[in-house]
Design a protein around this ligand. Structure first.
Ligand SMILES: [Zn+2]
Length: 379
């Protein structure tokens, strides 16, 4: 259960690491004890704070080990803040899915009065012809019923149920449910993933989780494993819609959902041709929650990604500091500092060095590292 507890805590703590799967693997592999209760989880966190935790590490991963320790401390604090009821709900993904399903129904019926909750299926294998796919969750609509005889609804693979994450994915699937009911004969494609993210990962998620948890879920959702290229399809199609969301607000999302996949394809044709005007909608001021969506979309990037070593050192870099001073303040060797500074200057010009390489002449590290969740390290 260690991984389950840590995953719940991770969604409540701003991620400094890029990839949640890698972080959890690392955090679990450094401990040989059993964790099947909150007391045993306390013993795990105590171990992480001990000197032995650092000593056990290979010198190559000493920086990741230090950063992971700090992130685990933050996760421990977040877990302590969760009520017993919330924690036990999160430990039961099926129950959690039913709970968010009801919250979503109340919210959606205000915008789409004909909305009803879809069937929810928990299966060991997805129905054919999707049975060799490994999706955590997928929506089967009426078109699939006509073509393959599969009962419509949202399907979850039992083996892939995860705390918090499964309920969050369910909210995304509801976008496919709504569009599938309106346009069952058309396949989900392109911007549909973006609309489902805006609806599920933000609009509905804001009603089920705190704004900071929504942001963490979004940032980690598409960076769970190493296959970021696959998820870039989802992330790209969400970003494409950002200008329309900023201009028209949430009514834009429901305008598309009411219009079905045909409307979505019209919008796709329009925006890729440079037309960002929807004559049927009035422009609105940017609301706080739309602003939060936009800043999460900006934070969700592969640009500001550093090695653990460069991330570790970046936090101590200030203009005018010498290489030797940095080595002292970071408590590491000068060679590691030099390589970290090389990365920071080459990756995206975060620092400049005096020509002899011994003094930092300019640095943006302090400012950028303080922007939560923007710069992240890879494990
Ligand atoms: Zn989807």
């Amino acid at each position: 259960m260690l991984r389950t507890y840590l995953q719940i805590g991770a969604y409540h703590s701003t991620p400094r690491y890029l990839n949640l799967g890698g972080f959890l693997d690392f955090a679990c592999s450094c401990y040989s004890g059993q964790v099947s209760s909150l007391d045993e989880l306390g013993a795990y966190f105590q171990f992480v704070r001990s000197e032995k935790y650092l000593e056990d590490g290979d010198s190559r991963d000493q920086f990741a080990r230090r950063l992971v320790r700090e992130d685990l401390n933050a996760i421990e604090c977040q877990l302590k803040d969760l009520s017993q009821d919330t924690l036990s709900l999160y430990m039961q993904p099926k129950q959690h899915i039913f709970e968010v399903s009801e919250v979503a129904r109340c919210s959606l019926q205000r915008w789409l009065p004909d909305y009803t909750i879809p069937q929810i299926h928990f299966v060991d294998k997805l129905p054919a012809p999707f049975d060799n796919q490994q999706h955590h969750a997928m929506n089967i609509d009426h078109g699939d019923f006509v073509n393959y005889g599969i009962e419509p609804g949202v399907y979850f693979l039992n083996s892939k149920l995860r705390p918090v994450y499964s309920a969050y994915l369910y909210l995304h699937e509801l976008g496919h449910v709504i569009l599938g009911r309106r346009s069952p004969e058309e396949l989900a494609f392109g911007l549909e993933e973006g609309i489902c993210e805006l609806l599920g990962a933000f609009f509905l998620a804001f009603q089920c989780f705190s704004p900071s948890t929504v942001r963490n879920l979004f940032l980690l959702n598409r960076h769970f494993g190493s296959n970021s290229r696959h998820w870039e399809y989802y992330r790209h199609n969400t970003r494409v819609l950002a200008p329309l969301l900023a201009r028209y607000g949430w009514q834009f999302v429901f305008f598309v959902l009411r219009g079905g996949r045909a409307k979505l394809k019209q919008i796709e044709d329009a925006v890729y041709s440079g037309n960002w005007t929807i004559p049927e909608l009035d422009e609105t001021n940017l609301s706080d929650d739309v602003g939060k969506v936009l800043s999460s979309l900006l934070a969700d990037n592969d640009t500001y990604v550093l090695s653990a070593r460069a991330f570790y050192v970046a936090r101590f870099v200030t203009p005018g500091i010498t290489l030797r001073e940095l080595a002292t303040v970071c408590a590491i060797g000068e060679d590691d500092v030099r390589e970290a500074l090389d990365e920071l200057s080459q990756a995206f010009s975060l620092v400049t060095m005096r020509t002899d390489g011994t003094v930092v002449t300019y640095s943006d590290c302090h400012r950028l590292i303080k922007l939560t969740g923007i710069v992240r390290y890879v494990i």
